[in-house]
Write a protein that binds this ligand. Structure first.
Ligand SMILES: Nc1nc2c(c(=O)[nH]1)N[C@H]1C(S)=C(S)[C@@H](COP(=O)(O)O)O[C@H]1N2
Ligand SMILES: [Mo]
Length: 316
């Protein structure tokens, strides 16, 4: 596969609506001056500044405003409405944390957050396309999944990577009560070569800050060429397996959600079209910014070779 060469654009050209690097410097200054520490200590503001090297990937499109990225979410552990996660996740405690990595590996290991950060955080701007036909452009901070896999040394028999997320009914209101739309834990999976692709990351921050609870604190999966539901939030376990792992939405409605879930404008969801998408935060919230959806969410040049010879209508 040809090495990906990202477009090189200065932030001034790609962030007309939010000069977020300036905001980030201001925030860092405020922390140094002790101005935001009380809020962080109270557990309410969990978005502390997070340093990362500049990663290469960037579609060169205007960023979705931070307020939309952090207030219009899917995270059923906190409720099924788009505004539920921001409203209901204040009591969730993403630190301390342990991410267990095991299964078919030579060196199973538990990672705390410092160990994960130590694997090399990078800032990368990705498009995110939800299966519900809206999209965002988000500046993530994360590490390539392959950096984590290198630490545990997958065995030759390992063919898939299974992801499992946290179960904490005492902190997650959507996991208690009479009606629960999903089975917990939320689970997802990738083929090992997909997980090792340099675009696939474990995100620990966005907009230069620690990941807010509603976006999947403290660590979540981001696979930009697949529908958003593959991006399992608040990961506690990663297991290398021989067989294709289960995935939550596929278990719930297999004819609507496949294992692969590659963004594909030619394969409609049974109940709606996937040919176009509404870009959140552009042209007004319910505005008319509707644009054609791109194969593999615009990352075809980088990832199409992973699926050479596969029938992408059958393997949706
Ligand atoms: N644990 C968990 N992860 C999850 C979900 C969820 O309900 N629970 N929703 C998924 C869906 S459908 C989408 S579109 C993305 C949304 O990520 P965002 O809220 O950061 O935009 O998270 C995904 N990850
Ligand atoms: Mo989604």
């Amino acid at each position: 596969m040809a090495a990906y060469r990202p477009p090189v654009l200065p932030p001034s050209e790609i962030t007309p609506q939010e000069i977020w690097l300036d905001r980030r410097r201001l925030l860092a200054g405020a922390v140094a001056a002790g101005l935001v520490a009380p809020a962080i200590a109270s557990g309410k503001a969990l978005a502390a500044p997070l340093e990362a090297a500049k990663g290469g990937y960037d579609p060169g499109e205007p960023l979705t405003p931070q307020k939309d990225v952090t207030s219009y979410n899917n995270f059923y552990e906190f409720g099924s409405g788009k505004s539920d996660p921001a409203r209901n996740s204040g009591d969730f405690k993403p630190e301390p944390w342990a991410l267990e990595v095991g299964g078919l590996v030579a060196k199973p290991k538990s990672f705390d957050l410092d160990a994960l950060r130590g694997l090399g955080l990078e800032e990368r701007v990705y498009r995110m396309r939800c299966v519900e036909a809206w999209s965002m452009v988000i500046p993530w901070i994360g590490l390539p999944i392959s950096a984590l896999l290198d630490q545990v040394e997958p065995l030759a028999s390992a063919k898939y990577v299974a992801f499992e997320t946290v179960v904490r009914p005492e902190e997650m209101s959507g996991q208690r009560g009479a009606f629960q739309p999903l089975d917990w834990p939320y689970v997802e999976g990738l083929r090992l070569d997909e997980a090792r692709h340099p675009l696939a990351i474990l995100a620990m921050g966005l907009y230069g800050e620690t990941l807010p609870n509603q976006n999947g604190a403290p660590v979540r999966l981001v696979v930009p060429w697949k529908y958003g539901f593959k991006g399992a939030k608040s990961l506690v376990k990663i297991t290398l397996t021989e067989k294709e792992p289960p995935s939550t939405w596929n278990l719930l409605a297999p004819h609507e959600y496949g294992f692969y879930a590659n963004v594909n404008p030619e394969v409609d969801h049974p109940r709606w079209s996937q040919a176009s998408e509404r870009r959140i935060g552009a042209g007004g919230f319910f505005g008319s910014d509707r644009r054609p959806t791109l194969p593999f969410n615009g990352y075809a040049e980088e990832v199409a070779s992973l699926y050479a010879g596969m029938d992408l209508r059958a393997k949706y």
